[in-house]
Design a binder for this molecule. Structure first.
Ligand code: AHR
Length: 685
C-alpha cells in the first residue's frame, strides 16, 4: 500500500491520486490548517509485531559494569593481556601487517584509501594489570602467568606478604552497589604456596568505615589451586562499596578469579543480568535482541574477533579478550546468557557472526579460508535450536536448557561493504540457508547498489548515525525502495549530533518513515544501547547507568513509545499541512502516521511536532465508529536541548492521560517539542 502525504499547496499533485483521494477532497479545500484524514475502511500493510528490538554490544562498559551483574572488575587478572594476534612495540599493541579488504586500487576516492592499515593502539601493560585492584600493606605483588589456574585464565595475582593484614581490594566498576539484606555469591581461587591462616573476605562501605558483610576462610598451606565460596549478606546499602580479601598472616599466595555476584538478578538467573538494567530493557518490550555487536563481532583484527564458543561453560574457564572499545570482555555474559535473556524478555534472538573479516576501519584483514567460519555459524545455530542429540544441542541441554532458544536471525558480518564482502555473503548464504530455511540471514550491505548484485538476500542492514536535519529530511527514504528483493532491518541508527529531545524527535520522525513502509522495513534497533557514564566510548547512547542507577534518555522514551504502540496494520491517510516548513527550521518537523490495533480495537496515531510552537491538527477518521474516550501518551519538553539525567531521570518522559474529546472529526493541539500517541477506540462501521 502506498500512503500519501502532501501539503495544501500541493493540491494539484494530490488530484493525480484517484480513489482514496477523491474521498478526501473536502479536506484539501479547507483554508490553511493541518488536516490528517485517515481512511479506516481498508487494512494496509501488516506491521511486524516484533519490529522494534534492542542492539547489545560490549561498548561503554554497558555489559561489563552494566547489564552483566558481576561486581568485581578484572576478576580474572587478564585485563593487561594483549589483543590476540597483536604484538607489543614501543608502547603500542600492533596488528599484523595485512591488506585491508575494502581497499580498491581502481577506486582511489573510496573511503579506505590505504592498502595496509597497520593498525595499533596504545598499550601500558603495567597500569592495565591492576585495573580494578589495589594492594595495601607491606607486600610485594604482581600479576603473573607463572601459576596458571586454567589455560584460559593463566594470569593471577601473586602476593608476598611481609606482615599480617595485607589487603587485596577490588573497587568494582566505579563502585559496587550492595543492598541491605541482599545476598552476594563470593567465589575465588587461592593457591596457598606458602600461607596458612585465615583470609577474611569483606564488603566494606565507600568510606571504608563500615563492614557490610564478611566471611572468614581458614586456609591451609597447599601448593595447588583451591576454590573458596561463601554467601555474603549485606547489612547496609552502598552503591560504592568494595570487596576486600584480608590476609591475617604473612606468607605467599596466588589469587585468581575473584567473583562477587548478586543472587537477585533478573528472573533470578545465576551468572545473570543486573535487575534494574534488565528491567528497563524489558520495559521496551523488545521484539528481538541483537548480540554481540557491532564492531566487536569483527575485531580490530581477525584474530581479535568475538568467538562464541569461548563464551559458554563455567565463567571461570572463559577466555577474556580485549574488545575494540578498549577494554577486556570476560564474556561472562556469553552466548548462552544472551539466548537465555532473549527468552526471558520474550524476544527473538539475533546472533551476529564473523565471516572471516575484521573491522574495516581498524585492520580490515581477512581470510579466504571460509569453511571454519561456516562451521562455526552452523554450530552456533545448533547450540541455539538444534536437537539435543546433536553435538551442540547436547551442550545446550547440558547447560540446563534442553528446549530450543528463540534464535530467528543470523547476521553475516557487521557493517561490511564492497565486493569481497558481497561474494562471501552469497557463499555463506548458499551454505546455510538450505540447512536453516526458517532463519533470516541478514546481509550487512546498506542501501547502495551492491545489494542488487546479489542473487538472494533475505534482509539488508543499513545504519544511520546523523543529525536531526538528516532524519527529518529522510522520513520518505524508504517510500521508493524497490520492493520484492529483500526486507530491511535498520540495525543501527541514532541522532548523534544532539543527545536531547531535538535528536530524539528527529529519530521519531525517521521511525514514522520506517513504520509507514512496514511492508519492507521489518525491524529496527537504536544503537548503542547502554553507557556506563564513567566510560563513554561512543558519543550518544540510549540508556545511561552507573553502579546504582539506570535511566533512559529522551530517545529511550521515543523507542518505548514506538515499541509499545505497534499497530497491527497501517491505515491509509493523507496529511495536509498549513505550512511547508517549521518556523526557523529549513526542514519539516511535523510528521504523523496512523494504524489500527486489531487486539485492542484502537486507531493508533503518532504525531511528531519538533517545532517550538503548538500545532493544531484536525483529525478525520473516515469509515469508523469512534469513541470519544481514549488515551493520549505525550513525551514533550519545554526546551530543544532538554534531556534526562541520573539526578532527574524523568524530566523528559511520557505522560499517559485519558482523553474524552475524540470523534469522527476532532481537533487536537500537539505540544511544542513533542511525540504524541493517540489511542482511539474505533470500530469498523
Ligand atoms: O554502535 C557503535 C558502532 O557503530 C558499532 O559497533 C558499529 O557496528 C558501528 O560502526
Amino acid at each position: 500500500m502506498k500512503l500519501i502525504e502532501m501539503k495544501n499547496s500541493g493540491a494539484l499533485t494530490g488530484m493525480l491520486f484517484a480513489g482514496l483521494l477523491m474521498s478526501l477532497m473536502p479536506a484539501l479545500t479547507l483554508s490553511a490548517q493541518n488536516v490528517l484524514t485517515i481512511d479506516c475502511s481498508k487494512p494496509g500493510e501488516q506491521i511486524n509485531p516484533q519490529m522494534y528490538g534492542i542492539f547489545f554490544e560490549e561498548i561503554n562498559h554497558g555489559g561489563e559494569g552494566g547489564l552483566y551483574a558481576e561486581l568485581v572488575r578484572n576478576r580474572n587478572f587478564e585485563e593487561h593481556v594483549l589483543p590476540r594476534g597483536m604484538e607489543l612495540k614501543d608502547g603500542f599493541a600492533c596488528a599484523p601487517h595485512s591488506r585491508n579488504y575494502a581497499y580498491q586500487p581502481d577506486k582511489p576516492d573510496e573511503w579506505i584509501t590505504m592498502e595496509y592499515h597497520d593498525w595499533k593502539t596504545p598499550w601500558n601493560t603495567d597500569s592495565l594489570k591492576m585495573i580494578g585492584w589495589s594492594v595495601a600493606g607491606n607486600a610485594d605483588y604482581d600479576v603473573t602467568d607463572e601459576m596458571p589456574l586454567h589455560p584460559n585464565t593463566p594470569n593471577s595475582m601473586y602476593l608476598k606478604m611481609k606482615e599480617a593484614g595485607v589487603v587485596l581490594e577490588n573497587e568494582g566498576y566505579w563502585g559496587m552497589a550492595v543492598k541491605q539484606g541482599g545476598s552476594y555469591d563470593l567465589r575465588f581461587y587461592l593457591n596457598a604456596v606458602d600461607y596458612a591462616g585465615s583470609v577474611n573476605a569483606r564488603i566494606v562501605s565507600s568510606d571504608k568505615k563500615t563492614v557490610l558483610a564478611e566471611h572468614s576462610f581458614n586456609i591451609e598451606k597447599a601448593e595447588k589451586w583451591q576454590e573458596y565460596t561463601a554467601v555474603l549478606k549485606s547489612v547496609g546499602n552502598d552503591v560504592k562499596s568494595s570487596l576486600q580479601l584480608i590476609f591475617e598472616k604473612p606468607g605467599c599466595v596466588y589469587v585468581d578469579y575473584v567473583s562477587l555476584f548478586p543472587q537477585d538478578t533478573f528472573k533470578g538467573r545465576k551468572n545473570g543480568m543486573r535487575k534494574d538494567i534488565a528491567q528497563i530493557l524489558a520495559d521496551l518490550k523488545p521484539g528481538f535482541m541483537r548480540w554481540p555487536g557491532g564492531c566487536v563481532v569483527e575485531g580490530a583484527t581477525l584474530e581479535n574477533r568475538m568467538r562464541w564458543k569461548e563464551s559458554i561453560g563455567d565463567p571461570m574457564q572463559r577466555r577474556s579478550e580485549w574488545i575494540r572499545w578498549n577494554y577486556h570482555s570476560s564474556w561472562g555474559m556469553g552466548y548462552h546468557e544472551f539466548l537465555q535473556f532473549c527468552e526471558d524478555l520474550g524476544a527473538k534472538a539475533m546472533y551476529v557472526a564473523n565471516v572471516g573479516m575484521s573491522c574495516v576501519g581498524n585492520n580490515g584483514d581477512y581470510t579466504d579460508d571460509l569453511e571454519p567460519f561456516v562451521q562455526d555459524i552452523k554450530d552456533a545455530i545448533e547450540y541455539a535450536i538444534g536437537d539435543v542429540t546433536t553435538t551442540w544441542g547436547a551442550k545446550r541441554a547440558a547447560a540446563g536448557h534442553p528446549e530450543p532458544f528463540p534464535l530467528a536471525y543470523v547476521e553475516l558480518g557487521n557493517e561490511q561493504f564492497g565486493s569481497i564482502y558481497a561474494e562471501r555473503y552469497e557463499y555463506f548464504y548458499s551454505r546455510l540457508k538450505p540447512l536453516y530455511p526458517d532463519i533470516t540471514f541478514i546481509c550487512t550491505l546498506g542501501m547502495d547498489n551492491m545489494k542488487d548484485a546479489l542473487k538472494e538476500v533475505d534482509m539488508i542492514d543499513p545504519h544511520w548515525y546523523s543529525e536531526p536535519k538528516f532524519f527529518y529530511e529522510n522520513t520518505h527514504l524508504f517510500d521508493d525502495v524497490k520492493r520484492g528483493k529483500f526486507n530491511i532491518y535498520v540495525g543501527e541508527f541514532a541522532c548523534i549530533a544532539e543527545s536531547n529531545i531535538t535528536g530524539a524527535l528527529s529519530e521519531a520522525a525517521f521511525m514514522i518513515g520506517m513504520e509507514r513502509n512496514a511492508d519492507i522495513v521489518k525491524m529496527a534497533s537504536y544503537a548503542p544501547l547502554l553507557e556506563n557514564v564513567n566510560q563513554r566510548d561512543w558519543q550518544t547512547n540510549l540508556i545511561w547507568l552507573n553502579s546504582g542507577q539506570v535511566m533512559g534518555r529522551s530517545s529511550y522514551y521515543v523507542q518505548k513509545m514506538f515499541s509499545t504502540n505497534v499497530p497491527t496494520y497501517n491505515l491509509a491517510y493523507s496529511f495536509s499541512r498549513d505550512t511547508e516548513e517549521s518556523v526557523g527550521l529549513p526542514y519539516q518537523t511535523l510528521h504523523c502516521i496512523a494504524g489500527y490495533d486489531t487486539d485492542s480495537k484502537e486507531t493508533i496515531i503518532k504525531v511528531v511536532n519538533g517545532s517550538a510552537e503548538e500545532k493544531k491538527i484536525t483529525v478525520r477518521l473516515n469509515g469508523f465508529q469512534v469513541s470519544a474516550s481514549g488515551k493520549v501518551i505525550t513525551l514533550s519538553a519545554d526546551k530543544p536541548d532538554a534531556e534526562n539525567s541520573l539526578d532527574n531521570p524523568r524530566k523528559v518522559a511520557p505522560i499517559e492521560t485519558s482523553y474524552e474529546g475524540f470523534g469522527g472529526s476532532f481537533d487536537y493541539v500537539f505540544k511544542p517539542y513533542s511525540l504524541t500517541v493517540l489511542r482511539i477506540p474505533t470500530l469498523n462501521k
